[in-house]
Design a protein around this ligand. Structure first.
Ligand code: HEC
Ligand code: HEC
Length: 458
């Protein structure tokens, strides 16, 4: 029994578990008392408990990931969420593709339909599970026949606001995006989009639904349009943070409030996780840009990798880039695969950070387990010997209480559908962070910014 631990915050957690979505602000309160709750015996107490969060069970060789059922969490979100950016949302919905109920219902059905994959085992939802805030909880995704890719599955919640899609921004629209996993050999593995369409074309329900939605029978273009339209209904706001911004000063705890200040000042998160550096962004928390923030690249021999990329992607075909980004080591080059510019080596898109508590593990390669790892990473200004590191990455000199405050702020970005999941996940991450902080390097965090080495000759 997790909630038997007799601290003040665990009682609050129990309250939240019992009261569900009504206990929205409890998460914030819990975050505000984080140091109390991280009592010494806690990690011990949590060890071995089935929290039903964290990475899903490992798969046997050759086994595809399980296919989730659609349910209430897959339903289109309301436009009446606190914090819902109405004007922005209107501007990102193409006028030719309004969110009509018939199209949205069709899109949802397709999102969960494994018949679109090469062997009928994998659907979009296999890697974008609504119960996990439309991620899969794995460091990197596993697709058809158990093939493991190189990249972490981002959430599709709020993906409608992305100016580009994928970690490297290789396409712009959700329609273009949806076509690629269907034929990617490591994801859904259909030989061609045509084949996927063919497998549902004889289905009378689909025939009727396509007719109702678009006035014509099953076809490729409308299939992609329906999936994209459904995704545009998956907006996620109404978090304690949104209530705080809307004027409810009690919606988040003091720690989260201090964390929000730090986010925009000393911790410099707003240099990238905001539309502009000058103005606070409370909607999407991205700059629509790409940066190398020192994740992963130093494990690789970059010069041979760049040569390999130049060779393999010589023709610049999107489908080839898509395949390599998922299955090959050149994946680590990030935005470089698209632009072939040296400055873009190991640059990745600034991701949205709403619901971040429940969309781990973190970064494009899923290499970090907890939000403490993420903040420790930024705090030391990682990538000392990364010649392509973004100039805004630097030691931050954040103290331990400041790190906890930033985490409390990140936790406050959890939408109400994921309050309970978030509580369990927070407890799990706290237990881990209590005993393991692999990214922490306090000496470096308080040192001067090292000089960036020059890039090697190519
Ligand atoms: C095998 C797992 C898997 C399947 C199946 C899958 N995806 Fe993904 N999805 C991923 C991964 C991994 C990425 C990131 C890949 C990258 O950036 O190179 C991604 C990226 C995305 C993105 C971009 C989000 C962003 O923030 O940039 C969207 C949208 C998306 N997927 C929707 C879909 C849809 C729609 C389908 C079904 C047609 C689908 N996915 C099938 C794993 C999967
Ligand atoms: C120089 C730009 C930049 C700055 C500054 C920055 N970020 Fe990021 N952030 C990014 C990029 C780019 C990624 C994705 C990088 C990758 O995966 O390789 C990212 C990823 C993340 C993630 C993981 C998201 C996910 O879905 O896995 C979190 C959480 C995050 N940032 C929080 C923060 C916080 C907190 C700060 C301040 C301490 C901060 N960031 C500062 C650009 C930045």
């Amino acid at each position: 029994m997790l909630f038997m631990v007799a601290t003040r915050s665990s009682r609050e957690l129990r309250f939240a578990a019992l009261h569900g979505p009504r206990a929205r602000s409890v998460l914030a309160i819990v975050a505000g008392t984080m140091s109390v709750w991280a009592g010494a015996a806690l990690a011990e107490q949590l060890r071995g408990l089935d929290l039903n969060v964290g990475p899903p069970p490992a798969l046997a060789p050759g086994q595809p990931p399980p296919l989730p059922e659609p349910g209430p969490l897959a339903a289109p979100r309301s436009q009446h969420q606190v914090g819902f950016p109405a004007t922005l949302t209107k501007s990102v919905i193409p006028s030719a593709s309004p969110l009509t109920p018939a199209v949205v219902a069709l899109g949802e059905k397709l999102f969960f339909d494994s018949r679109l994959s090469g062997d009928g085992t994998v659907a979009c939802a296999s890697c974008h599970d609504p119960a996990r805030a439309f991620t899969d909880g794995r460091p990197t995704s596993v697709g058809i026949k158990g093939r493991a890719g190189q990249r972490n599955a981002p959430t599709v919640l709020n993906a409608l606001y992305n100016k580009t899609q994928f970690w490297d921004g290789r396409v712009d629209t959700l329609e273009q995006q949806a076509a690629l996993p269907i034929t990617n050999p490591f994801e859904m593995g259909a030989a061609r989009l045509d084949d996927a369409v063919g497998r549902i074309a004889d289905d009378e329900d689909y025939q009727q639904q396509f007719m109702q939605a678009f006035g014509r029978t099953v076809n490729e273009q409308d299939l992609l349009r329906a999936i994209a339209t459904y995704e545009r209904t998956l907006t996620s706001f109404d978090s304690p943070f949104d209530h705080f911004i809307a004027g409810d000063a009690t919606a988040i705890g003091d720690a989260a409030k201090r964390g929000w200040e730090l986010f925009n000042t000393k911790a410099k998160c707003n240099l990238c996780h905001a539309l502009t550096e000058k103005q606070r962004d409370v909607a999407v928390l991205v700059d629509n840009d790409f940066h190398n923030i020192g994740i992963g690249i130093l494990r690789h021999h970059v010069v041979p990798l760049v040569r390999q990329a130049n060779r393999e992607l010589a023709e610049g075909k999107l489908q080839v880039i898509d395949a390599k980004a998922i299955e090959s080591e050149i994946s680590a080059l990030g935005r470089f695969l698209i632009t072939k510019k040296q400055n873009d080596i190991a640059s990745f898109k600034t991701p949205g950070i709403r619901n971040i508590l429940v969309t781990g593990p973190y970064f494009h390669d899923g290499s970090m387990q907890t939000l403490w790892d993420v903040v420790d990473h930024y705090n030391k200004g990682d990538g000392l010997s990364d010649p392509w590191l973004d100039e805004d990455i630097q030691p931050l000199a954040l103290t331990e209480p400041e790190i906890d405050d930033l985490v409390a702020f990140l936790v406050s970005l959890t939408s109400p559908q994921y309050t309970e999941l978030g509580e369990k996940e927070l407890a799990r991450q706290q237990a881990i962070a209590k005993v393991s902080r692999p990214q922490r390097d306090t000496v470096r965090a308080f040192s001067a910014k090292p000089r960036r080495p020059s890039p090697p000759p190519f």
